[in-house]
Design a protein. Structure first.
Length: 96
């Protein structure tokens, strides 16, 4: 299985996961403090959305990396590929 080779993509993904981790810790505190279930549920939904978003971003980065490594370098093709991957990311984002 391929690994993320792009340092910027890896940093972006790690930052997204760290934010989700912070949100999850907030949910744990809310439970410990006896907050209302509806408020906790709202925050849990935000954590799920953050994780889904990170997953989509990782998937698109993987696709971009794999396609670029398998296609001959060409400026027009690179630009077209970037456009298609932006659309894929948008479509995957709507699944959540």
């Amino acid at each position: 299985m391929a690994k993320l080779n792009d340092d910027a993509a890896r940093t972006d993904l790690l930052n997204r996961l760290k934010r989700a981790e912070g949100q999850l810790r907030g949910v744990q505190r809310m439970i410990e403090d006896g907050e209302a279930c509806l408020e906790i549920a709202g925050q849990m939904a935000a954590v799920r959305k953050a994780l889904d978003s990170a997953y989509v971003r990782m998937t698109v980065c993987f696709m971009q990396q794999e396609l670029q490594s398998r296609l001959a370098p060409d400026a027009k093709r690179e630009q077209a590929l970037a456009g298609v991957l932006d659309e894929v990311q948008t479509l995957l984002g709507k699944v959540r």
